[in-house]
Design a protein around this ligand. Structure first.
Ligand code: ATP
Ligand code: MG
Length: 392
């Protein structure tokens, strides 16, 4: 019975003069999301409201599921709309709506009419009273409560008439694209996809870099990262995934540096390379899935070491989260099942038995000197031979 959705947005409602930019970005993101659905939709903005109208048959559940993935949406209201066929027809439509949407009639309600079309023969107050009376007559179990009704029945009179009362919660956040772009260091683990999701939710467009180390890491491990990027892209829009062959760099670090410092030095090279790609692609920051103390390479002392090689800000949205909190989000956004597939990442293959937990940044710098100019060559080659996968 629903043929349209009225989209309510929260935070972007308060953006002052830039408000239209945020609204346009939201309309764009909704269009991108609805393209993935069966059917055709007309997404438009009128008088500070965004409507998604179905122009063909569509799958209601699928459409709602897609809208629930669009950041910037606070609420999704399924709408019934009709041509203006006079007040008698409107009364019939409203009674029909109430009857179908609320099979259980033991409910309180309030009619909230808005007359955007000022030529309509009745005023809002009169419409409220007349429709309220008609509902009470038709469904004697229902009662009016103007303060805290179970059902707020909205009737908007525009060029067409819109009836809605339900609000399905959206994901919140800001429309992707309103906050610039950042480079996510995406591995096959649980954390980094969640980190990307969280920053994207603040309106930031995401690109990603993945370091793989064939033949130590399998093609399947890479495919897992592509799969994760695809799930995240359902929320963020297309993701440009840069795949860097890290094998020679890792082997060389393994050969030249103390083994307990391998992970830290390797992480520093990951950050350096990701930053270089970030700068070339207009990204304004890096994103990682790090969380204090989760592993040896994520102690405060280790983070000092990985952080110092970057000029761009490094966003670590999970920094204060327990693992279980992160797992909960990954389950909610749908990445968990893919993340726990057992294909190894390059980090797990070259780990030392006893990695340093309190690396001293001076020693790390000194040991990196062992790598001489050859490491710059290897980094250059890794960048030149990168593979770009557009994931959507
Ligand atoms: P995750 O679950 O995200 O893999 P993790 O707990 O395994 O994280 P680390 O292996 O220490 O933690 O990695 C810390 C962060 O570094 C990751 O969250 C990710 O952002 C980045 N990272 C690690 N390995 C890779 C990789 N192979 N490619 C790209 N980024 C990586
Ligand atoms: Mg990992």
């Amino acid at each position: 019975m629903f043929k349209a959705f009225l989209i309510k947005y929260a935070e972007i409602g308060v953006k002052g003069k830039n408000r239209h930019l945020f609204e346009d970005a939201l309309v764009h993101q909704i269009k991108v999301a609805m393209k993935r659905c069966e059917g055709k939709f007309y997404v438009h903005k009128t008088q500070g409201r965004i409507f998604v109208e179905a122009e063909t048959e569509f799958d209601y559940d699928e459409a709602v599921a897609r809208l629930k993935q669009v950041f910037g949406i606070w609420g999704i209201c399924p709408v019934v709309y009709a041509e203006d066929g006079g007040f008698e027809q409107l009364t019939k439509d409203v009674l029909d709506y109430v009857d179908k949407v609320y099979p259980d009639k033991k409910k309180t309600f309030k009619v909230n009419a808005r007359r955007a079309n000022k030529n309509y023969p009745k005023e809002s107050m009169e419409i409220n009273a007349d429709l309220g009376e008609a509902i009470l007559n038709a469904f004697p179990e229902m009662t009016v409560d103007v303060h805290e009704p179970d059902i707020m029945l909205n009737v908007e009179i525009r060029e067409k008439i819109y009836i809605y009362s339900e609000i399905i919660p959206g994901p919140g956040g800001m429309p992707v694209g309103t906050g610039g772009k950042a480079m996510l260091l995406l591995s096959g683990g649980i954390d980094s996809p969640v980190a990307g999701y969280m920053i994207a939710k603040r309106g930031v467009k995401i690109d990603a870099t993945y370091f793989h180390a064939p033949p130590y890491t399998s093609e399947r491990a890479k495919q897992k990262v592509v799969d994760l990027a695809r799930i995240v892209s359902q929320y963020t829009g297309p993701i440009y995934l840069h795949v860097i062959n890290f094998t020679d760099i890792q082997l060389y670090i393994h050969e030249k540096c103390p083994h307990e410092e391998l992970t830290i030095i390797m992480r520093r090279y990951m950050m350096r390379i990701a930053e270089q790609i970030a700068k070339e692609t207009d990204c304004l920051g890096l994103i990682t899935g790090e969380s204090i103390g989760q592993v040896a390479s994520q102690t405060m002392a280790s983070l000092v070491c990985t952080n110092e090689v970057c000029e761009l800000p490094v966003y670590r949205p999970l920094i204060g989260f327990d693992k279980q909190d992160i797992v909960d989000i990954s389950e909610k956004i749908g990445t968990f099942e893919t993340s726990i597939q057992p294909y190894e990442d390059c980090c797990t293959i070259f780990v030392a038995k006893h990695p340093v937990t309190k690396p001293n940044v001076k020693y790390i710098r000194r040991h990196e000197e062992n790598l001489s100019e050859k490491i710059d060559e290897l980094v250059k080659t890794a960048l030149e031979t990168q593979e770009l996968i557009i994931v959507e």
